[in-house]
Each structure stands twice: as C-alpha cells, then as structure tokens.
Design a binder for this molecule. Structure first.
Ligand SMILES: Cc1cc2nc3c(=O)[nH]c(=O)nc-3n(C[C@H](O)[C@H](O)[C@H](O)COP(=O)(O)OP(=O)(O)OC[C@H]3O[C@@H](n4cnc5c(N)ncnc54)[C@H](O)[C@@H]3O)c2cc1C
Ligand code: FES
Length: 278
C-alpha cells in the first residue's frame, strides 16, 4: 500500500497526489510513468511522473478525472492509501540542449510540464505552447509561468483565453521564424498528428508521447502496441516517446476507442452502486 502524503486540487477535475514511494523516487526521470491501481478491485492505469524527491522519498502525479478509476482516485485524501503504484516505467524523454518547443494539449499539459521543467533545468531554451478546448480546461498555467521559459503561448479552441485556435498556429510561426530546433508534443491524438504534419513541412524533428491504453505497463500484454515507421512497437517499453512523423495515428485513434462501451458501463455501474459518487 502506498500512502498519499498530500492532495492538491488544481481545478474542478484536476488533482495532484504526492505519494510515499522511496524506491521509485530514487529512479524516476522526466517522461517516465507509473501504473496505479486505486484499490484492490481496480484496474491499473498509467500516469506520468510530475515530480519526485529521492531524499524525502515521494513521487507526484497529476491526473484529470475522466472515468471510473480517476473518479475513484479523486475521492481519496491525504492519509489514505493507494493499493498499488508501480514504476518507473517506460524510457525517459531524450533531451538535447538547444532550443525546444514543448506542446501540451488538455490533460497532456500534466505530462508536458515535467518535460519542460527538466529541459529548463538542464539549460535548454524552452518555449511552451499550451492548448485547451476552453479556458477552464487549461491546466497548470501558474506552474508553467514559474519556469524560466523563452516564451509561453496559449491557444483555446473557443477563444475564451489566449489565441483563438489550435496549437499548430504558434508552432508554425516558430518553425517559419527558425526559433526552435526540437519539438515535444503530448495531448489528444489529433493535436499530436497535426503538430507532426506541421513539423514535417519544415523538417523539424518532433517527438510525441503516445497514450495508448496500457494494462501491465511492462511489455507483456501487447495492449499498448502502436505502429511507428511501419513497425509494431509497445509504447510501455519502447516509448512512450516516438518520432511523431512516423506514427500511424489512425491506428492509435482506433485502438484508444476500443473500450468506450465498457468504460461507459463501468462509470454507469459506479454511479448506481457507490453512494459517495457525486
Ligand atoms: C504513458 C501514459 C501516461 C499518462 N499520463 C497521464 C497523466 O499524467 N495524467 C492524466 O490525467 N492522464 C494520463 N494518462 C491517461 C490516463 O491513464 C487515463 O486518463 C486514465 O487511464 C483514465 O482512466 P479512467 O478509468 O478514469 O477512465 P476510462 O473511462 O476508463 O477511460 C477514459 C479514456 O482514458 C484512456 N484510458 C483508459 N484506461 C486506460 C489505460 N489503462 N491506459 C491508458 N489509457 C487509458 C482511454 O483513452 C479512455 O478512452 C496517461 C496515459 C498514458 C498511456
Ligand atoms: S501495456 Fe502491456 S505491453 Fe504495454
């Protein structure tokens, strides 16, 4: 069992947990993830390390409530215990020094933040593009603003905050102005796909952190398989970062949607059986 040391609520649906996990804290790197099982009967779901402290023996992850497991987790509090936390898993993000554009869309901002922070810490020049459907879904703006960034760009689909439109607009300007040398993108599949297409136009290298459904997180089940450059890869052990210009996005999209009916049923069942469900 893993004790929750702190719970922070960022917005209606977004939380950060600090969890006692001394061994994991010693080995975590930016871009890696952990598998969490909220309770004895729960499924395992992946979250990216948001922060960790080897001396104090804790790790942190940030999550958005979107279904059953994240709802279960959101109802735990500091002092409660999580049944399982396993990690670090996956390969760390490869980070050259130089000039980077880090793009996060929606809940992907929780994954983009530790990457941007690690790049800043190693002395890279970092520009961040934050994208969301609407202002209320924009995560971690204050935390990004505390980083020593070259610039921060915000886009919202509905124009409720920042530039009206999508992340590829500032990305394309940065490519045209030769202000960046590398791009890291994480978020919804269409956002990563169109960021890859934009970068391909300008021969700009782009890494995407892929988010297929994962079950074991250790390369055993095959659930997280993705097609990259015509070859099958397992995102949990070969990734989650891949060359975004070589990813088969249609395949990833289809695989992500494989369990929509079961996910809806699980939420419905939870509503009917759990008195604590808000
Ligand atoms: C490597 C990786 C890192 C991630 N990091 C974060 C993070 O830092 N913060 C965050 O909020 N989210 C992160 N996610 C997504 C997170 O795992 C899903 O939001 C979570 O699993 C949803 O579970 P649920 O039961 O609440 O929702 P469900 O209703 O079960 O599912 C909603 C959607 O979440 C995704 N999902 C569901 N189960 C899984 C699973 N086992 N593995 C992967 N995706 C799943 C699917 O797209 C699904 O349609 C990450 C995903 C991956 C693959
Ligand atoms: S999650 Fe099972 S092989 Fe990757």
């Amino acid at each position: 069992m893993f004790k929750i040391l702190e719970k922070t609520q960022y917005s209606e649906n977004v939380y950060k947990f600090r969890v006692h996990a001394p061994q994991m804290a010693k080995h975590a790197h930016a871009g890696q993830f952990l598998m969490v099982r909220a309770n004895e009967t729960g499924e395992r779901v992946p979250f990216t390390f948001a922060d960790w402290n080897a001396e104090e023996g804790w790790i942190e992850f940030i999550f958005m409530v979107i279904g059953k497991t994240t709802t279960d987790l959101s109802q735990l509090n500091a002092g409660d215990e999580i049944a399982d936390v396993v990690g670090p898993l996956g390969k760390p993000t490869e980070m050259d020094n130089g000039s980077w554009c880090v793009i996060g869309g929606g809940v992907g901002l929780a994954i983009a933040y530790p990457v941007a922070r690690a790049l800043c810490a190693q002395g890279a020049k970092v520009r961040v593009i934050m994208g969301a459907r609407t202002k209320d879904l924009l995560l971690l703006e204050d935390q990004f603003r505390e980083l020593p960034l070259e610039n921060l760009y915000i886009t919202t689909d509905d124009g409720s905050y920042g530039e009206k439109g999508v992340v590829t607009q500032p990305l394309e300007r940065l490519c045209i102005d030769h202000e960046i040398e590398h791009v890291f993108a994480v978020g919804p599949v269409p956002m990563m796909k169109f960021s890859a297409l934009t970068c391909a136009k300008y021969d700009m290298p782009i890494i995407a952190s892929l988010n297929p459904i994962m079950v074991d997180g250790t390369g055993m089940c095959g659930c997280c398989r993705v097609e990259v450059d015509g070859k099958t890869k397992f995102a949990c052990v070969d990734g989650p970062d891949f060359d975004a210009t070589k990813v088969n996005w249609a395949d990833l999209s289809a695989r992500q949607a494989s369990y929509r009916a079961e996910e809806a049923t699980a939420m419905e069942h939870r509503r009917e059986t759990c008195a604590c469900q808000s």
